[in-house]
Design a protein around this ligand. Structure first.
Ligand code: NAD
Length: 490
């Protein structure tokens, strides 16, 4: 049992009210432990601790801050299996995927540690005699990080690492569904030797998150989660003049053109739609397929859907875990009627998985909707479950139009053997990321990650510039010539 606590000023502590929430395994309903149900006062205590730690941390040389991140990476590497198992148990991701998530987080933290030696400004010749002009970077102060449950190791770490290396102190409010992995991140931070108060973690749901967002002593917000919550956060931060970065929902297509390798495309769709139970922002939820290859494509995707093995995430033979919660599973199942009402057929899945004890957990079957209209609700709204909508189109132009005709813009992939066609899609797809002949999921830590339209506001996460969201650029003019300014520009 993991009865986790908040992590404030370097100490583990319960919620001030003493209230807790149970942590339920989505695979079998077992109670895994509990977490504090924090409120306003807990968030305020964490903000005060982060504020007190800020001057010392900001004065720590950036290369030394990077060195501590490297230590954190080493601790994570040593405890990778423990973190992976906690992640699989509380989020439901199969253990192989959980291990993959931990390795991805590890590689990114190692990369971000090096930013401590690369946070360069510019120097430029000045128009003024005897003047040296340059730019430098200053941290914001205390920053608030609010994260979802679906990548509960990667996402907190890909926000923490650039925030810390840039010299900020942090209050992290992780998702209520995944407190165990968040508490383990607190342990990693402590073991790595970060000074008390540099990282603070407050469990709970909207109340502590809203306190962090609205608090005058929190100077920037990085949020990943649903589009509705993100929209409200953007409005609050706009009102408060607070820098904000939001990474939100997705509805990512794979486009299968007439000349595509249909086997390869169907495999990528299956990986993207059913992998991680469809609970990735980069999941493939739409297959936009040229009519000339659509029957062959559907035949293959049905074979993949029926071949998935739902089960306990710690069993090595399982290929698909549960939805994260009963509420999430019910949401997924509710879309089946919506698909039928919109004129789609459901040749695979369309119900809850049963048998072999699966009914104790929250398992929707891998599902395929066929003959979906490009403007149908199931083609436009994020379902966040193991569901693929097949949209049949007449040609590449219709495919491109269908791909872009949604509010979201995270990622998209095109399958074609024609280089010219591939580049046409690369240039015209309205997404932050585009793949050619590759699945929609994933992303490498040293490259920028994020979307446009209703998926993303603010600069990209990860990649070489991620830390810039967490810092303000200052332009400096030094009059070392000693003379009074006489230029007409003054
Ligand atoms: P969510 O929006 O329900 O919750 C995210 C976080 O916000 C949680 O910590 C939650 O406690 C907090 N929160 C809830 N209500 C709030 C409020 N009113 N004000 C402030 N904070 C509040 O999202 P979720 O269900 O945890 O995550 C799934 C969503 O995240 C999906 O839409 C998915 O696409 C998205 N996501 C996006 C990316 C990306 O990079 N684009 C990555 C992963 C997940």
């Amino acid at each position: 049992m993991a009865h986790v606590q908040n992590f404030i000023a370097g100490r583990a502590c319960p919620a001030i009210t003493g209230e807790t929430s149970p942590n339920i395994s989505p695979a079998d309903g077992e109670v895994l432990g509990s977490a504090p149900r924090s409120g306003r006062a807990d968030a305020e205590a964490a903000i005060a601790a982060a504020g007190a730690a800020f001057p010392g941390w900001a004065d720590t040389p950036a290369p030394s801050r990077g060195d501590l991140l490297l230590k954190l990476a080493r601790v994570l590497e040593r405890r990778a299996e423990e973190v992976s198992r906690a992640l699989a148990l509380e989020e439901g991701k199969v253990i192989a995927e959980a291990r993959g998530e931990v390795q991805k987080a590890l590689r990114y933290v190692i990369f971000a540690a090096g930013d401590g030696r690369r946070m360069n400004g510019i120097t430029a010749p000045s128009e003024l005699a005897g003047t040296f002009a340059f730019t430098m970077w200053r941290p914001h102060g205390v920053v608030g990080l609010i994260t979802p449950w679906n990548f509960p190791v990667c996402i907190p770490l890909w926000k923490l690492a650039p925030a810390l290396v840039a010299g900020n102190t942090v209050v992290l409010k992780p998702a209520p569904e995944t407190p165990w992995t968040a508490a383990l991140i607190g342990e990693l931070v402590e073991e790595a030797g970060f000074p008390a108060g540099v990282v603070n973690i407050v469990h709970g749901d909207a109340e502590p998150a809203i306190t962090i967002i609205e608090h005058p002593d929190v100077h920037a917000i990085s949020f990943t989660g649903s589009t509705d919550v993100g929209r409200a956060i953007e409005a609050s931060c706009g009102r408060l003049h607070k820098p904000v970065q939001c990474e939100l929902g997705g509805k990512n297509p794979i486009i299968v053109l007439s000349d595509a390798d249909v086997d390869m495309a169907a495999l990528a769709c299956a990986q993207g739609a059913f992998g991680s139970t469809g609970q990735r922002c980069t999941a493939t939820s739409r297959a936009i397929v040229d009519r000339s290859v659509a029957d062959a494509f559907v035949e293959r995707i049905l074979t993949h859907a029926r071949g998935m093995v739902p089960g306990h995430p710690l069993h090595e033979s399982t290929t698909m875990g549960p939805s994260v919660s009963e509420r999430q599973m019910e949401k997924v199942l509710s879309f089946h009627a919506i698909a039928r009402e919109g004129g789609a057929t459901i040749p695979a899945g369309g119900a809850r998985a049963t048998g072999g004890g699966l009914e104790r957990g929250f398992f929707p079957l891998p599902t395929v909707y066929d003959h979906v209209r490009a403007d149908a609700r199931v083609a436009c709204e994020e379902i966040f479950g193991p569901v693929l909508s097949v949209i049949r189109v007449g040609d590449a132009d219709e495919a491109l139009h269908a791909a872009n005709a949604i509010p979201f813009g995270l990622t998209a992939s095109v399958y074609t053997r024609d280089l010219g066609r591939a580049f046409r899609f690369i240039e015209r797809l309205d997404t932050g990321m585009t793949q050619v002949n590759a699945p929609t999921m994933g992303g490498e830590g040293h490259l920028p990650f994020g979307g446009i339209k209703a998926t993303g506001v603010g600069p990209r996460e990860m990649g070489p510039d991620a830390w810039k969201f967490y810092a303000e650029s200052k332009t400096v003019y030094v009059n070392h010539g000693g003379g009074a300014r006489t230029s007409k520009f003054y």
